[in-house]
Design a protein around this ligand. Structure first.
Ligand SMILES: Cc1ncc(COP(=O)(O)O)c(C=O)c1O
Length: 414
């Protein structure tokens, strides 16, 4: 008997980041590679207390199967937290998922056919490419300028101006973006560009998957409202508690369009079926733990404010270290939130090929090419640096090592 794997497995990729994380477990390596929130930011005491109460007061329910949509009180809380004066989200629109990563997979399952066009930013979140790839879409690079993804590309790719003149004949199935403090670039799309994108979604009935795990991690001012707020009928919005509370809870959510949006009820029903096939439900204990934490009076907003403060100090430290140590022919922008710097190394630098040598020097990063569907030449020079897992002192040392690796240590400093 021989074992034959499904053809779709050829489209499955392992996350370059996870492979790199293995390398960085070596003692002495200062890793700028991970995408992990700072463990110091987890409210462990409050979680321990809430956890004990869940066991004591609702242990059996927490250990029982739960419904697939998620616990209603949690859906209500999420709906309220996401809603804005201009965007009312109802609990029925919320599907609790096992991390927003599961939301991406479920959306891939219900929205994508082999060969259908999916518009993605370049570079984009690697885990989204990983989630969508087994469904074999034809990824299309979303053209961008300094403001972010080009809204006219949506119109162009919507089939509205197709060669045949037939709307929909060659249309993209959906578009995917991370609007605020993107992974990997740290870029946030401004309000005018969001409005333009929303206008094109509304005009051409394109579906947007808006993935927003970092929106609350702003440093100086909050990012503009999600695009979903201006195009609710055409946007499927994903959020997560991973970056504001703890990723180990695996609590994410999908907000589907309101009932009256064409196809919304069908999308919701299919997502639910996909979720049932995938894991039946997100662990009830974890959902109850979050609800208990909140009913114990845990102030999530105050907590997130402390996370922001911590990350901002680390962001500032990295900005200073990069400025001080990196060669002049490197380039980056200081992110206004989130967890990452996106750095372009000097001419001729190959971030992927030279990573093992960097690890030998005791520093690690994620090579930029990993975040592209088809990496352009300049991607070889790019890398993603996380600033949230190391202390301020370690950040300085890590960037010093990186500068030595790039061959430019001290050039800026002198
Ligand atoms: C842009 C983006 N989307 C989704 C996720 C998945 O987050 P989670 O599944 O923990 O909610 C991540 C994690 O790093 C991310 O960066």
């Amino acid at each position: 008997m021989s074992l034959t794997l499904a053809a779709r497995t050829r489209h499955m990729t392992s996350s370059a980041i996870r492979e790199i994380l293995k390398l960085t477990e070596r003692p002495g390596v200062l890793s700028l590679a991970g995408g992990l929130p700072s463990p110091d930011s987890f409210p462990l005491d409050a979680l321990a207390h809430a956890s004990e109460r869940v066991w004591r007061t609702q242990g059996a329910q927490a250990m029982q199967y739960a419904n697939s949509e998620g616990l209603m009180p949690l859906r209500e809380w999420i709906a309220q937290r996401v809603s804005l004066p201009q965007w009312t989200v109802r609990p029925e629109q919320v599907l609790v998922t096992t991390g927003s990563q599961q939301g991406l997979d479920l959306l891939g399952k219900v929205l994508l056919d082999p060969g259908c066009k999916l518009l993605v930013e370049q570079p984009t979140y690697l885990g989204a490419l990983q989630a969508f790839s087994p469904y074999e879409p034809a990824f299309q690079a979303w053209r961008a300028d300094e403001q972010g993804p080009d809204p006219l590309d949506l119109a162009r790719m919507s089939g509205a101006y197709g060669a045949s003149g037939q709307v929909g004949s060659d249309a993209i199935r959906a578009a995917y973006l991370v609007p605020s403090f993107q992974n990997p670039t740290g870029h946030a799309i401004g309000a005018p560009r969001r409005a333009e994108i929303a206008a094109e979604l509304n005009a051409h009935h394109v579906t947007l998957i808006e993935d927003n795990p970092y929106g609350e991690l702003w440093f100086d001012e909050p990012p503009p409202a999600p695009i979903a707020a201006s195009a609710p009928h055409h946007t499927v919005y994903l959020g997560s508690l991973s970056k504001v509370l703890a990723p180990g809870l695996r609590i994410g959510y999908v907000v589907t369009p309101p009932d009256e949006a064409p196809g919304a009820l069908d999308l919701r029903a299919r997502l639910l079926q996909a979720k049932q096939a995938s894991d039946l439900h997100t662990p009830g204990f974890n959902q109850r733990l979050v609800l208990q934490l909140l009913s114990d009076g845990f102030d999530l907003d105050a907590h997130v404010a402390t996370v922001r403060q911590r990350y901002k100090a680390q962001r500032d430290a990295m900005a200073q270290a990069l400025n001080h140590h990196l060669p002049d022919d490197c380039a980056w922008q200081v992110p206004q939130g989130g967890m990452f710097f996106w750095v372009q190394g000097p001419e001729g630098f190959d971030a992927g090929a030279s990573l093992p040598a960097a690890v030998e020097r005791g520093v690690a990063y994620v090579p930029g090419a990993a975040f592209y569907v088809e990496a352009p030449q300049q991607a070889r020079r790019q890398m993603r640096l996380s600033f949230v897992t190391l202390s301020v002192e370690q950040i300085h040392e890590a960037v010093k090592r990186l500068a030595a690796h790039l061959g430019g240590e001290g050039r800026r400093a002198c």
